[in-house]
Write a protein that binds this ligand. Structure first.
Ligand code: ATP
Ligand code: MG
Length: 455
């Protein structure tokens, strides 16, 4: 516990400004419990309940007590220690805050690619800031680029502006990759007088947010930088789930269903669906499992051969013989070793992947032509349709704003065992969260598809 505390302790504004006096919270959540006054354990109807979180509240990170190192999923635990208790800080409004709302200028920026739910998050951040009494709220257009591009001006945000933005997908503020250096971004923060920065994005954006936070600490600026993980792939460590993921799985199932209908209605039909997932196959796995219509699920974490007696193509031939059709679901980062490496990078420095979906489609066509068996191969790539969907982000996103007012910086907000918690950014972006090929979830997926090992 002690070790965890020192590792996970959040950098606090008071570390930078020891003389910053906390003031009573302006987040007014006065409620009355609907329960009668004499019931033990409940507040009486006459008392006001503010719903504040105590600073010492913690959420348990791991819920399973692995009694044997051989239990599925336990291999990541130190073999000499079968049970490790780890806790994270509980998110939510605090009784004492470290910013006077009238002195706050808050900015929101969305970076990376699109993800369902971005507008919901922007809306909820703006509304919560207003409840605290913040008057100066702006959006930075087109990601980090908006800090340096002189042609892009700040977008003033208020409840009136954001009221209905959650009804459409995408991001009100726009997104981008690449952009200015961290030092230029912090210069811009200083110039604009921004002291709360809410950054919505994936691993790259969070690496940027952490660097901005460090630069602000170095310059002794009283700025709270709070990340909100936006990753459709659900590849952020420690968190149960990131917003947009459920919507993505739901939409992905529609694509799988279309591929199934196409495959099923054709003579010897094969449907190939490519889904998001650069290094983590969560969407492909969950969508395959929940649709129940996939025969072969391929993810980046599990290597496979396409050719050879144990390859995917030989199995597809078997499926056509046995049931007349087949559906393949492949994550975009799967089987990259089978493709030619182009060494190309995008504006943010991410490696541009080869298209595994198109490759599987072409190789499948070639294979069946060579063996003289008819096969009708259909390929579906729903990526951009899924990313642009609208979603319902959970109201837990409010905690983002509470974290800033509580004086935290360099943290990210997410779900941990169904409770919202604050995580130090370096811990959640150490590496992408991956599907464990020994986990129960992957085994359930294999049971559903009935696929063998393709090695
Ligand atoms: P997605 O899940 O859509 O890929 P992402 O946040 O990972 O989202 P990126 O394009 O990788 O998207 O990064 C978003 C922004 O973060 C870019 O503007 C990029 O310049 C910046 N960025 C990425 N990595 C770093 C880093 N190590 N330090 C500072 N900034 C970074
Ligand atoms: Mg990324």
């Amino acid at each position: 516990q002690q070790d965890f505390e020192s590792r996970f302790r959040l950098p606090h504004i008071t570390d930078i400004f020891p003389d910053t006096p906390p003031i009573p919270s302006t987040f007014c959540l006065k409620m009355r419990t609907p329960i009668g006054k004499d019931i033990p354990g409940h507040y009486s109807l006459d008392e006001e309940w503010h719903g504040y979180i105590n600073n010492n509240d913690r959420v348990l990170l791991k819920t399973i007590n692995y009694s044997s190192p051989k239990s599925a999923g336990a291999e990541c635990i130190d073999p000499n220690c079968t049970w490790v208790e780890q806790w994270v800080h509980r998110a939510g409004p605090r009784e004492k805050i470290y910013y006077k709302p009238e002195e706050v200028k808050a900015a929101i920026v969305t970076c990376g690619g699109l993800c369902p739910g971005l507008n919901d998050v922007i809306r909820q951040i703006v509304i919560t800031l207003e409840i605290y009494g913040v008057k100066k709220i702006v959006g930075i257009p087109f990601g980090y680029r908006g800090f340096s591009d002189k042609e892009l001006t700040e977008v003033p945000l208020s409840r009136k502006v954001v009221q209905n933005i959650h009804l459409s997908g995408g991001s009100l503020l726009g997104v981008s990759r690449g952009g200015p250096s961290v030092s230029d971004i912090v210069d811009s923060l200083e110039e604009r007088g921004i002291n709360m920065l809410f950054v919505l994005g994936g691993n790259g954006t969070h690496a940027g947010a952490n660097a901005i936070h460090n630069e602000c600490c170095k310059r002794r600026l009283k700025v709270s930088v709070i990340g909100v993980p936006k990753t459709i792939d659900n590849d952020i460590l420690l968190m149960d789930k990131t917003f947009g993921f459920d919507t993505a799985v739901e939409e992905a199932q529609r694509a799988i269903n279309s591929a199934y209908i196409e495959a099923h209605s054709a003579y010897h039909g094969i449907g190939v669906v490519k889904l998001m997932g650069r290094s983590s196959g969560f969407i492909a796995m969950q969508a395959s499992l929940s649709s129940g219509q996939v025969d072969v699920c391929l993810i980046p974490e599990v290597p496979f051969n396409l050719h050879g007696p144990h390859g995917v193509l030989r199995h597809l031939q078997y499926l056509l013989e046995m049931k007349g059709s087949a559906v393949v679901c492949v994550a975009e980062g799967a089987g990259q070793n089978l493709l030619q490496n182009t060494n190309a990078k995008d504006a943010s420095g991410n490696i541009v992947f080869g298209d595994i979906g198109v490759y599987i489609q072409q190789e499948t066509k070639k294979y069946f032509k060579e063996i003289g068996v008819h096969a009708d191969v259909k390929y579906i790539d729903p990526t951009y349709m899924i990313r642009a969907c609208r979603a319902n982000a959970s109201d837990g996103i409010l905690c983002t704003v509470h974290g800033a007012f509580a004086g935290y910086s360099g943290i990210s907000v997410g779900l941990c065992n169904t409770h919202y918690a604050y995580f130090p950014i370096p811990e959640v972006i150490l590496h992408p969260r991956l599907v464990d090929p020994n986990s129960r979830m992957w085994h359930r997926c294999l049971t559903s598809t009935g696929q063998p090992d393709f090695i």
